[in-house]
Write a protein that binds this ligand. Structure first.
Ligand code: CP3
Length: 344
């Protein structure tokens, strides 16, 4: 049976005359209506845990632009918090967490299947969205990949080179591997619940995959994402999985098969032409306009958007940015990108 939803058709391997489109971080600070709802919630985490308001900000970019998919409003760092880490956000700087670097700290975390009470507001958000979204819009659930989540849990913050996580991996591999294991298991539980609540597609974000060198790339990015994908497919064989090993470069090659994912999201570090030729034979590819075009706009936005649509036109493609839209983006440039994708 062919679904009418364009995102699901592309994920099933169909080449469509116009690629479906959504945008990473499409609910966010570049939108005045997001900033208003966030102010009403009090802060970012309160917004994540308020199902009515989280559903509202998920719907805002759908109302404004009619994207083909909505992505659940939440954050990858809710999983560490559900596992027992402290989490807070410093305005203008980003996330802070209590750190996990020893066996004793790891022992204090809750078991991987004991996260659901904490995360139940997120499942509630998914339920509200599956009722409220327009019938043609696909609902995407998500989680961080184990490596990316581990980089924040070990360092207690975002880091330019993921140095603390690389150091723990080198100095205490047993603790690092147990932490990876705990996150992997928790992520399987979390994404399964999102699917049971109504998520139609799930995406795994490995935002820091690019810093894994040599065998580590396979062991700590690809394999954990493959384990999560296999476990989800076991329970929910019809729910497509999008994997995003950001910064993989030439190592994107063969990623569909290695992960078992229906779609590989690519960043703008690889050309659309290369990604089309190398990756689209394996399945759907998502990407990959540079997010800075949402700030600068103009003719370059239009010509780059056309080039990417053209490059991917012979296979299954979901149009997206190479990474999340930034707070300084102009909402009118988003409209220009959508019009260019849909009208040529
Ligand atoms: O619209 C959407 O894409 C859905 C919601 C979503 C958010 N974060 C909301 C958010 C999603 C899918 C994420 C994923 C996420 N979160 C990732 C992976 C994707 C990527 O960008 O690489 C990562 C690494 C995080 C962790 C995180 N959350 C950081 C480092 C920060 C601070 C940086 C920043 O942009 O402020 C956040 C905060 C965050 N997550 C915001 C939003 C809308 C901004 C918070 C605010 O309103 O102040």
């Amino acid at each position: 049976m062919t679904s009418q939803k364009t995102i699901l058709r592309a994920l099933a391997g169909e080449t469509l005359p116009t690629p479906p489109i959504w945008m990473m971080r499409q609910a966010g600070r570049y939108l005045p209506e997001y900033r208003a709802t966030r102010a009403e919630a009090g802060d970012f985490l309160k917004l994540c845990y308020n199902p009515d308001l989280a559903a509202e900000v998920t719907l805002q970019p759908i109302r404004r632009y009619g994207f083909d998919a909505a992505i659940l409003f939440a954050d990858i760092l809710l999983v560490p918090q559900a596992l027992g880490a402290d989490l807070w956000f410093v305005t203008g700087e980003g996330p802070r967490l209590s750190t996990i670097t020893t066996q004793a700290e790891l022992d204090k975390l809750v078991p991987a299947d004991a996260i659901h009470d904490h995360l139940s507001p997120v499942y509630e958000t998914v339920k509200i969205l599956s009722k409220e979204l327009p019938s043609e819009t696909t609902l995407i659930g998500f989680a961080g990949a184990p490596w990316t989540v581990a980089t924040y849990m070990v360092a207690g913050r975002g880091t330019p080179d993921q140095g603390p996580a690389h150091a723990l991996k080198a100095e205490n591999r047993a603790v690092f591997d147990s932490l990876m294991d705990r996150i992997t298991e928790a992520t399987i539980h979390y994404m399964s619940k999102q699917i049971e609540a109504g998520a139609e597609v799930v995406k795994i974000f490995d935002s820091w995959a690019g810093s894994l060198q040599g065998a580590d790339f396979m062991d700590y990015s690809i394999k954990p994402m493959a384990r999560i994908t296999a476990a989800l497919k076991d329970k929910h064989p019809n729910v497509p999985v999008i994997a995003f090993p950001r910064g993989a470069g030439e190592r994107y090659t063969g990623a569909h098969a290695a992960i078992g994912a229906d779609c590989i999201a690519v960043d703008d570090g690889v050309s659309a032409e290369w990604a089309a030729e190398t990756l689209q034979t394996g399945g759907c590819v998502q990407g990959n306009l540079k997010s800075s075009h949402m700030v600068t706009g103009g003719d370059e936005l239009v010509s780059e958007t056309r080039r990417i649509v053209q490059a991917f036109s012979k296979g299954p493609h979901i149009f997206n940015l190479g990474h999340g839209i930034t707070p300084d983006a102009d909402p009118e440039n988003v409209q220009l990108m959508i019009d260019t994708v849909r009208n040529g």
